[in-house]
Design a protein around this ligand. Structure first.
Ligand code: AMP
Length: 620
């Protein structure tokens, strides 16, 4: 994808986080997070000092944090704009206050690397690093930014954030609430509708939930207004607590004391359990002998349920505080919202499937960039489209595309189609969600893949997998697959418009016209091959069972036709483009017609095989 022209005098969007910070830009290709020279997008909010001078920032500072514990500041955001007394009281009994000190004016400050620094000075070092990354990637000077802060930040904390920007040489043209930014990233508020949104933000060390009211632009052209109706949370509740829970379980299992290594193992196990039903881990035992242990998602869920319930209690509080409003949409932010149990309980509480299409670690920065481009007056991204810019579908057997929603369909849009399996006893189905106008999956853009697992073993063609595509009013695509007989279900969300420029949409359209004839041919051949393979398998089996009842001449003619069709299937698998589709169709048709007698015989035979006791008569 070619990147658009660099913006002159850009405004970047910055998510200045407690643990990680990110910088993003919104240009002709929509919003995207920028990465540093080693490909990192999430820059650890860590700074190391030596004699009052910042000597390392980001990963370099975090990596060596244990070695330079006294010289490294890890979560300066918690202290921003607070008085010393307030910061000490908030840290509570268990909080780390080893670096905390009072500045000459009684503000919370940090004693690190032999000197005293204010939290906004630490934040300025991080902001300067983000500015450097943006300038490196954009090739222009950056001196304006939209910076996000938690909804609960008071005036003092917001002012401290502005001060930090000024020290870093950045003009904070707008301070935006993090939940508002997350909503903006999803295009919420861009369609002039009044809505109430819940933003659930569960990160590594903090949790908060906010209720926002979107008040559409009153015609003044200032844009929609986002009002925070209520916010609640816990600044000391996060993924770290879940890691501790699992680390303690590991420690109990091997009879050791909890350690850094066990916490690291716990975090990687937790992350793996978001994807897998169980994980096999190897825990270093006390006797130097590693212990093999299987942890299931169900066990992990039982351990973390009380923590997740705490967050749900906060959701209940915040809805009450907001006046028991009804919630139109739920937006998920923060790495811990990747945990299936979290998604499930949040969805159940709000009675809405929460938005998870965007990376929950990037969504705030992306929204800050969207706000920045609105302020620059150059928002030309495709989030505002009211139609589906390119067709959406899924890959079917053989690599063809089944289009469920065609381009230019008005949104919201919904489509359903039934699919089945192509192999006997298939217990999982992999679904690839595609976007584009071409007929083959390899020529389309892959938006997501997901798996429908746990199907009961059934012969090919028997499972009924219902796939539903729903593009909602904000352009978010929800894909759900349900196997009707067993009720197995899986789903995924994506934002199809992300990263697409208008030029790119036009190019894809042009290409589809150029390739239309060849693509249709290939699609037809692939479909013929899939259906023929099923026919061949069925006829082979029926022949085996009924051969003794058939004449030698009939069997020989069927076998001749089978050989001919098999050869077409093989050719199609090797190179579908060069197969004569009409000849292929004629061969399949000939076998279909010739096998009618075999069908009839097989049906009669299977009726004979049904035990009489199971047959119901007409009068029963
Ligand atoms: P954040 O503060 O938003 O960057 O979130 C970081 C937290 O998310 C950490 O506790 C991570 O362990 C957690 N996290 C990241 N990815 C996953 C995942 N796939 N499943 C569960 N937790 C995750």
């Amino acid at each position: 994808m070619s990147l658009p022209e660099p913006l002159s005098d850009p405004i970047v969007g910055i998510d200045l986080g407690t643990t990680n910070s990110l910088v993003a830009i919104c240009d002709g290709a929509g919003p995207r997070v920028l990465c540093n020279e080693v490909g990192e997008r999430m820059i650890p909010s860590a700074v190391r000092y030596s004699q009052g001078v910042a000597v390392a920032v980001g990963s370099a500072a975090r990596r060596a944090a244990a070695e330079y514990a006294c010289d490294t500041v890890m979560s300066a955001k918690r202290l921003m704009g607070r008085s010393f007394e307030e910061a000490r009281a908030r840290a509570g009994a268990g909080g780390d206050v080893s670096q905390l000190c009072a500045s000459a004016r009684g503000l919370a400050a940090l004693r690190v690397g032999g000197a005293e620094v204010l939290p906004q000075e630490v934040a300025a070092v991080i902001l300067r690093e983000l500015r450097r990354i943006a300038e490196l990637q954009l090739g222009v000077t950056v001196h304006r930014a939209v910076i996000t802060v938690p909804a609960y930040f008071d005036d003092g904390q917001r002012q401290a954030t502005r001060d930090a920007a000024r020290i870093a040489g950045l003009d904070a043209v707008r301070i935006v609430n993090e939940p508002t930014a997350a909503a903006l990233a999803y295009g919420i508020g861009s369609r002039g509708r009044a809505e109430t949104i819940a933003v659930y933000d569960f990160g590594g060390g903090t949790f908060d939930v906010s209720i926002l009211q979107v008040i559409p632009d009153d015609g003044s052209g200032d844009g929609d207004l986002f009002r925070v109706l209520a916010t609640a949370g816990d600044t000391h509740l996060g993924g770290d607590d879940l890691d501790d829970e699992l680390a303690q379980y590991f420690a109990r299992t091997v009879g050791a004391a909890p350690s850094r290594a066990l916490r690291d193992l716990a975090e990687s196990t937790k992350i793996a359990l978001s994807l897998h039903a169980h994980v096999d881990v190897e825990i270093d035992g006390v006797l130097g002998k590693p212990l093999q242990k299987r942890v299931t998602r169900l066990e992990f869920e039982a351990m973390i349920r009380p923590w997740v319930h705490k967050t749900i209690d906060a959701c209940a509080r915040v809805v009450r505080d907001a006046g028991s409003v009804s919630i139109d949409r739920v937006v998920m932010v923060g790495g811990s919202t990747r945990i299936p149990l979290v998604r499930q309980l949040v969805g159940e509480f709000f009675d809405r499937e929460p938005y998870t299409a965007l990376d929950p670690d990037l969504v705030v920065a992306l929204g800050a960039a969207v706000q920045a481009s609105v302020l620059r007056g150059d928002r030309r991204d495709v989030l505002l489209l009211d139609v589906i810019p390119l067709s959406l579908g899924i890959e079917t057997v053989g690599g063809a595309v089944a289009k469920l929603l065609t381009r230019n369909a008005m949104i919201p849009a919904r489509a359903t189609e039934l699919f089945s399996t192509s192999v006997d006893n298939q217990t999982s189905v992999r679904l690839q969600v595609l976007q584009g106008e071409r007929e083959m999956a390899c020529d389309c853009r892959s938006l997501a893949t997901f798996e429908l697992r746990g199907l009961p073993a059934m012969p090919a063609g028997i499972p009924q997998v219902e796939v539903v595509f729903l593009v909602d009013a904000n352009g978010v695509l929800h894909v759900t697959a349900v196997e009707r007989r067993s009720g197995c279900r899986a789903s995924v969300q994506v934002v199809p418009a992300y990263g697409l420029t208008t030029d790119e949409i036009e190019r894809i359209e042009r290409e589809s016209l150029v390739h239309a004839r060849a693509d249709m041919h290939q699609h037809r051949v692939v479909d013929l091959a899939v259906n023929s393979a099923l026919d061949i398998k069925w006829i082979d089996e029926a022949l085996r069972k009924t051969r003794s009842e058939l004449t030698g001449q009939y069997v020989a003619s069927l076998e001749g036709l089978l050989t001919q069709l098999r050869s077409f299937v093989e050719q199609a698998r090797a190179n579908a483009r060069d197969v004569d589709a009409n000849a292929f169709f004629a061969a399949k048709d000939a076998l279909d017609r010739a096998s009618v007698h075999l069908h009839e015989l097989s049906i009669a035979r299977s009726l004979r095989e049904i035990p009489l006791a199971h047959m119901k008569g007409p009068h029963e």
